[in-house]
Structure formats: structure tokens, C-alpha cells
Write a new protein. Structure first.
Length: 216
């Protein structure tokens, strides 16, 4: 376990926040009315050279909460059948607990103070995470309640792109449209995009430091 006097590189890098990449698939746009159907989270770490990379992915299909609205247009867009038996969906409380447990563990082991959600249009994902946690009566939500790292803004700065698929491709990675709108696929591609941007900044900072010190 990392002690408070010896924080991990990732805790030092983000001012005590542990970035965790999240994507949700939903049955609409209203987090208090519309069902959460899938959630995935990707944990990140930093290696000895200062490069960030993804580690563990945790994901779950979610049963619509009692009385949830299921917008047909949203279901057609994602291709999700909420009642398909092979989804092996869990009740919302169990799904959130399954996702939150490894995040809390990572926050503690890294010496971070709290997780911060990384997402593409992150406010949307966080709103559904917070609403689901509140409905489920979960008191220990590991995420900061309103702060996020949004890859829309970061990708616009780094690559001039805001659409996830285009930003991923601009970063030199492949995008499979057939796998898109799956929480796991979208989360892992968002994580790769976030890592690419952070690592690009890391390399640029190293180059500037080398030039300023005359070490080239």
C-alpha cells in the first residue's frame, strides 16, 4: 500500500486525484428519469518513465431501475435490448457496487484522495453515475461530485477533433464502428485517447526541460 508520505506517481501527477475513465449507455438523456443500461470503468496507472496507461477494466450490464423510462430512439441508437436474457444484467445497486469497489481500492492503494471521472462528454456520464449511486443508497461514491476530465476538450486542443471516433483516429489509433456504443469498447478507446494526450504532453514537457537545461 502506498503511504501518505510516499504517494504514487499518478497521485502526484493529478493533485491527489485518480483519473478513472467511464462510459455509460443509457435509455435517454435524463439521469433521474431514464434507465442506466451499461457502465464500464477503466483504471489507469503511470509507469517509471512517467507514461500513463490503462490497467483494469470493470463493466456491468444494468437492469432498468423500477419505473425507469426507456426511450425507443435511444435503444435503437445503442442497439441494446434491456430485457435480453443473455445480458446477464444486475440490479442497479449491485452494478454500481461492482464498479465502485475496485475504484475505491485503487484510490486507496495509489495514495490518492478521490477518483475523478474521465469521459467523452464527461458531465453526461457523471450525471448518470451520481443519479444511480443516489437511487441505490450508496454513500461512498468514489468520484468527485462535479469535477471531471473531459476528452472532448482535450481532443479538441490536441487534435482539433471533438467526435470520439475522429479523435481516436487522429491520435493514430484504430476505430471499429461495429463495436462502438458498447460501454466497454467506448471506455477503453476513451482511455487510450486520454493516455495518448497526457503522454504527448509528458513528452513535450520533457523536450522543453531538456532544451532549457542544455541536455539534448
Amino acid at each position: 500500500m502506498t503511504s501518505s508520505d510516499s504517494k504514487s506517481p499518478i497521485a502526484e501527477r493529478f493533485r491527489g486525484f485518480l483519473p478513472v475513465v467511464v462510459d455509460v449507455e443509457t435509455a435517454g438523456f435524463n439521469p433521474r428519469r431514464d434507465a442506466l443500461l451499461e457502465i464500464a470503468a477503466v483504471l489507469l496507472d503511470i509507469d517509471a518513465q512517467g507514461y500513463i496507461h490503462r490497467t483494469e477494466t470493470v463493466a456491468c450490464h444494468v437492469e432498468p431501475f423500477p419505473g425507469a423510462n426507456l426511450d425507443q430512439a435511444s435503444l435503437e441508437f445503442t442497439g441494446i435490448d434491456p430485457w435480453h436474457p443473455f445480458r446477464m444484467a444486475k440490479p442497479e445497486h449491485d452494478a454500481m457496487d461492482l464498479v465502485f469497489r475496485p475504484i475505491r481500492k485503487a484510490v486507496k492503494s495509489s495514495g490518492c484522495n478521490r477518483a475523478i471521472l474521465v469521459g467523452h462528454n464527461a458531465a453526461f456520464d457523471l450525471s448518470f453515475v451520481n443519479a444511480a449511486a443516489e437511487r441505490s443508497g450508496i454513500k461512498r461514491n468514489p468520484f468527485h461530485q462535479f469535477s471531471t476530465f473531459d476528452t472532448v476538450s482535450l481532443a479538441a486542443l490536441a487534435y482539433g477533433q471533438t467526435v470520439l471516433a475522429r479523435a481516436v483516429q487522429a491520435a493514430g489509433m484504430e476505430w471499429d464502428s461495429d463495436k462502438a456504443h458498447s460501454a466497454v469498447y467506448d471506455t477503453e478507446r476513451t482511455a487510450d485517447l486520454f493516455c495518448a494526450i497526457v503522454n504527448r504532453w509528458h513528452e513535450s514537457s520533457n523536450s522543453v526541460n531538456a532544451l532549457s537545461t542544455g541536455v539534448v
